[in-house]
Design a protein around this ligand. Structure first.
Ligand code: GLN
Length: 543
C-alpha cells in the first residue's frame, strides 16, 4: 500500500512549502524508500508555459516535455531523479480533462459536478503517481482558505478515508511571525489556519513553522496543544544558509519519528553523509569565482531558478563559491566598447541564458562579442547560443544582416530560423508557422544530442551522446554550417536529424553555446557537466 503525505500551506504564500515537501521526501528517500512527489497548482492555466517569467518565475521542463511549475525543478534536484508530466497538474488541466470526458459522453447523462467528478479526477491523478512508489509527497499550492484550493483539499480528505488512517499524513506549513514591538513570536495566525483546515475535515498531524527566530520549547508545546497535534510534531524551520540544509535541520529535530509513527514505516535511518558533505561545500568552499549573468528577467530572479541552482551545485562539486554578477542586458546597449570592458573587468566568465523576444538582445550581443574577443570563458544557453552564432555571422562572416527570424521574420540572412516541420520527442511530426499558437508549439523536452569527439563539449560530458531538455521555437540554420566552420566556429553537437545543437570556437579557451537547457537535467548530486565545465574553466582563466 502506498503512503501519502499531503503538504498544505497556511497564513501566507512563499513560505517554502516546496522546499519543505522536497526535504521530507529526500529524508524518506535516503532512508531507502521509493519516493515520488506531486505539485498541485490551483490556477486555471493548463500549464505555466504561457505565463510571463515576471509573473510566475521559471517554467521548468521535464524530460518528457511538460512545461511545469518551478517546484518540480526543486523536487528533481533534491530527489536526484527525473519526474514527468504526471507530477504536476493544475485546476486548468483537471477541468479540461473532465470537460473533454463530458463532451465524449463518458458521464452517461449525469450532471457533472465538482464533487464527485472534479474531485475524482484529482484523486485519480494523485493515485496514479502513488502506485509505483512507497511514499508520495503531495504539495498543494496556494494557501488554505483560497477558493481555488477547495476541491483539492476535499479530494485529499477523501483519499485519507479511502487509504486508511495509517497511510495518509497531513503536514501544515505556516508562519510564526515575530512582532518586533512586542518582542514576541505569535502563534495566533497558525491556530486560525489550522482551524480553517479542521473546518473542512482535515486535522494536520504535523506543523512546520517558518520563523526568523528559533522557537522556545514552551511555544512549541503551546502550538502543539492548541493545534491538537503531538508535541514532537512541531518542526521549526528557521531561515537556512542554503535550501539544501533544510533536510538536515529537519533531521536534527527528529522529524522522521512522528512521520514513521503516523505512516507505520518502522524505524528510519537515512544516510545523509554525501548530502551533508555537499552542503558543507556550499556553505564554506575554499575557492571563489565570479560569473557575469547577462539576462533580462532580473527583477524576478526566480525566472532563472534552475540555472542559479546549477551554478551552486557545480560550485559544491568544485569546492567553489560561484558569485553571480547580475548584468541587465539592456544596460549594456548604450555602452561604448571601453565601458563594456570596464563592466566585465572583474568577471571570469560570461553566461547568457535563454530568453524570448527582442528586448535586451543588442546588449547580449555586446557581451558575447566581448567574451569572444577577450577570450573570456562563455556559456550561451538556447537564446545565448543563437545569439553567439548571430554575433559570429555578423562580425566574422561579415553578414551584416544576420539575424533570427524571431526578431526579423523577413531577414535576408536567417542564421537562426523557424523550422516548419520536425519530429517531436514522441516521434510525431509537428508542423508550425509564424502564426501557430504559442502554447505547445515549441520543441520541448529531452532530445538526444550527438557530440563530436575532440571538442570542449565532449571534454565536458565525456560521452558521445547525451539527452538534454529543450524549450525553443527557433533553430540555428544548417545552411550556414560550412561557412561558420570555415571561419573557426565548430558545430560540436547535432540532433539525430542533423539540427545544430551546440557550437564552440576554435581559438578560444572556452566558448560554448548549447541549444538545449543543461540546467534542467542538473541535480545536486549529479551536476550538469557543461555548466560545471564552464565554471571550472572560468576559474582557470580567473583574473
Ligand atoms: N527565443 C528563442 C527560441 O524560441 C530561444 C528560446 C530560449 O532561449 N529558451 O528559439
Amino acid at each position: 500500500m502506498s503512503k501519502y503525505i499531503f503538504v498544505t500551506g497556511g497564513v501566507l504564500s512563499s513560505l517554502g512549502k516546496g522546499v519543505t515537501s522536497a526535504s521530507i521526501a529526500t529524508l524518506l528517500q535516503h532512508s531507502g524508500l521509493r519516493v515520488s512527489m506531486v505539485k498541485i497548482d490551483p490556477y486555471i492555466n493548463v500549464d505555466p508555459g504561457t505565463m510571463s517569467p515576471f509573473e510566475h518565475g521559471e517554467v521548468f521542463v521535464t524530460e518528457d516535455g511538460a512545461e511545469t511549475d518551478l517546484d518540480i525543478g526543486n523536487y528533481e534536484r533534491f530527489l536526484n531523479k527525473n519526474l514527468n508530466k504526471k507530477n504536476n497538474f493544475t485546476t486548468g488541466q483537471i477541468y479540461l480533462s473532465v470537460i473533454e470526458k463530458e463532451r465524449r459522453g463518458d458521464y452517461l447523462g449525469k450532471t457533472v459536478q465538482i464533487i464527485p467528478h472534479i474531485t475524482d479526477e484529482i484523486k485519480r491523478r494523485i493515485k496514479d503517481v502513488a502506485k509505483d512508489v512507497d511514499v508520495v509527497v503531495v504539495e498543494l499550492g496556494g494557501t488554505v482558505g483560497d477558493i481555488e484550493g477547495l476541491p483539492f483539499l476535499e479530494a485529499v480528505r477523501q483519499i485519507k478515508h479511502e487509504v486508511g488512517k495509517n497511510n495518509a499524513m497531513f503536514v501544515h506549513v505556516t508562519l510564526i511571525p515575530y512582532i518586533k514591538a512586542a518582542g514576541e513570536l505569535k502563534t495566533k495566525p497558525t491556530q486560525h489556519s489550522v482551524q480553517e483546515l479542521r473546518r473542512i475535515g482535515i486535522t494536520p498531524h504535523m506543523i512546520v513553522a517558518r520563523t526568523e527566530k528559533p522557537l522556545p520549547k514552551a511555544l512549541k508545546e503551546k502550538l502543539a496543544d492548541s493545534c491538537d497535534i503531538d508535541r514532537d510534531s512541531v518542526i521549526e524551520a528557521v531561515d537556512a544558509p542554503t535550501i539544501y540544509q533544510v533536510p538536515l535541520n529537519f533531521l536534527n529535530q527528529d522529524i522522521l519519528k512522528p512521520i514513521a509513527r503516523q505512516l507505520d514505516l518502522g524505524e528510519l535511518y537515512p544516510d545523509m553523509s554525501e548530502w551533508n558533505f555537499l552542503v558543507k561545500k556550499i556553505i564554506s568552499p575554499q575557492k571563489e569565482v565570479k560569473i557575469a549573468f547577462v539576462g533580462k528577467y532580473l527583477k524576478l530572479k526566480e525566472s532563472y531558478k534552475s540555472l542559479i541552482e546549477a551554478l551552486i551545485h557545480s560550485g559544491a562539486h568544485l569546492d567553489m563559491k560561484v558569485n553571480i554578477d547580475w548584468v541587465d542586458s539592456e544596460s549594456l546597449e548604450k555602452m561604448s566598447d571601453e565601458e563594456i570592458k570596464e563592466r566585465f573587468s572583474e568577471v571570469s566568465g560570461i553566461l547568457v541564458p535563454g530568453g524570448f523576444g527582442e528586448r535586451g538582445v543588442d546588449g547580449k550581443l555586446k557581451a558575447i562579442k566581448y567574451a569572444r574577443e577577450n577570450k573570456v570563458p562563455y556559456l550561451g544557453i538556447c537564446l545565448g547560443m543563437q545569439l553567439a552564432v548571430i554575433e559570429f555571422a555578423r562580425n566574422i562572416l561579415g553578414l551584416k544582416y544576420a539575424n533570427s527570424q524571431e526578431f526579423d521574420p523577413d531577414t535576408s540572412e536567417p542564421v537562426v530560423y523557424l523550422i516548419d516541420e520536425f519530429i517531436d520527442a514522441s516521434g510525431q511530426k509537428q508542423i508550425r508557422t509564424h502564426t501557430s499558437p504559442l502554447g505547445g508549439t515549441m520543441r520541448l523536452g529531452g532530445y538526444e544530442c550527438l557530440i563530436k569527439q575532440g571538442t570542449k563539449l565532449y571534454e565536458a560530458y565525456k560521452k558521445d551522446r547525451v539527452i538534454e531538455r529543450h524549450r525553443h521555437r527557433y533553430e540555428v540554420n544548417s545552411k550556414y554550417e560550412k561557412e561558420l566552420e570555415k571561419h573557426g566556429m565548430i558545430v560540436s553537437g547535432k540532433s539525430k536529424e542533423g539540427l545544430i545543437e551546440a557550437v564552440e570556437l576554435k581559438n578560444h579557451p572556452w566558448f560554448v553555446g548549447v541549444q538545449f537547457h543543461p540546467e534542467f537535467s542538473n541535480k545536486l548530486k549529479n551536476p550538469n557537466r557543461v555548466i560545471m565545465s564552464f565554471v571550472e574553466n572560468a576559474y582557470k582563466c580567473k583574473k
